[in-house]
Ligand binder design. Structure first.
Ligand code: GDP
Ligand code: MG
Length: 191
C-alpha cells in the first residue's frame, strides 16, 4: 500500500523491477538516474557490485509532482533474479505497489525469463500479494540483439495478464521512460 503523508501532501510508492539476472534492471535505473534533473532524483544506491554482500538490490528514489498538488515519491528497487538472494527479494517485495517485469530478448534466456516470472509469483504470494491484481508492466529489453525473440512470442510466454508491454534497449535508454511512465500511471491510478 502507498504511504500517505497528508501534511506534506506526499504519497510514497514502492516499485520493483524484477527479471532474470543480467536482463538490464540496473541499466534501467542508471539511465533514469542519469537523465532526470537532479531535483527529481535522490541518491542512487547500487548494491550489486561488491562481493560478500548479504543484500543485493538497487534503490533509486524519485520525486514526481502530480496534477492535484500532491508529490509522488517513487522508490524504485531492483529485485535480484537469482534464487539464492531470497532475503533481498523478500525485503524489496514487502509492501510493493507495482512491478516492472524486465525480460531478456536473447533466445538463450527464454527459460530464465519464465523461471524468473514463476519466482515473482511465488514471492508475491509469500508476501501476501496477488500477482493477478498488482499493478504490472512488462518490458522486452535488449531489442538491439541480432536475433531477438519476437515480441509476440515473449508476450505469449510471459504476458498472460495482457498488461502494457514496452520494447526497450535500456543500454541506450530506448523504452526506459515509457516503461517508467507506464508503471507510475498504474500505481498512481492516473492513466
Ligand atoms: N545488448 C544489450 N545489452 C544490454 C541492454 N541493457 C542492458 N544490457 C547489458 O546487460 C548486462 C546486464 O545489465 P544489468 O543492468 O546489470 O542487469 P541486471 O542484472 O538485470 O541488473 C550489462 O552488460 C548491460 O550493459 C540492452 O538493451 N541491450
Ligand atoms: Mg542489477
Amino acid at each position: 500500500m502507498p504511504i500517505h503523508n497528508e501534511s506534506a501532501r506526499e504519497i510514497v510508492y514502492k516499485i520493483a523491477y524484477h527479471g532474470p539476472g543480467m536482463c538490464g534492471k540496473t541499466t534501467n535505473l542508471r539511465f533514469i538516474y542519469n537523465t532526470l534533473p537532479g531535483r527529481q532524483v535522490g541518491r542512487f544506491l547500487v548494491l550489486d557490485t561488491a562481493v560478500e554482500r548479504t543484500l543485493y538490490y538497487d534503490f533509486l528514489p524519485l520525486v514526481i509532482p502530480l496534477d492535484d498538488g500532491y508529490t509522488a515519491r517513487i522508490h524504485l528497487y531492483t529485485v535480484p533474479g537469482q534464487a539464492y538472494y531470497d532475503a533481498s527479494r523478500r525485503l524489496v517485495l514487502r509492501g510493493v505497489d507495482g512491478i516492472v517485469f524486465v525480460a531478456d530478448s536473447h533466445p538463450d534466456r527464454s527459460q530464465d525469463n519464465k523461471d524468473s516470472l514463476a519466482m515473482l509469483k511465488k514471492d508475491l504470494k509469500e508476501s501476501g500479494l496477488d500477482y493477478s491484481s498488482i499493478p504490472l508492466i512488462m518490458q522486452w529489453n535488449k531489442r538491439d540483439l541480432p536475433s531477438p525473440v519476437p515480441e509476440n512470442e515473449l508476450a505469449a510466454a510471459l504476458n498472460e495478464r495482457a498488461v502494457p508491454a514496452f520494447p526497450a534497449v535500456a543500454r541506450d535508454g530506448a523504452g526506459v521512460f515509457e516503461t517508467l511512465s507506464g508503471i507510475v500511471d498504474a500505481v498512481t491510478g492516473s492513466t
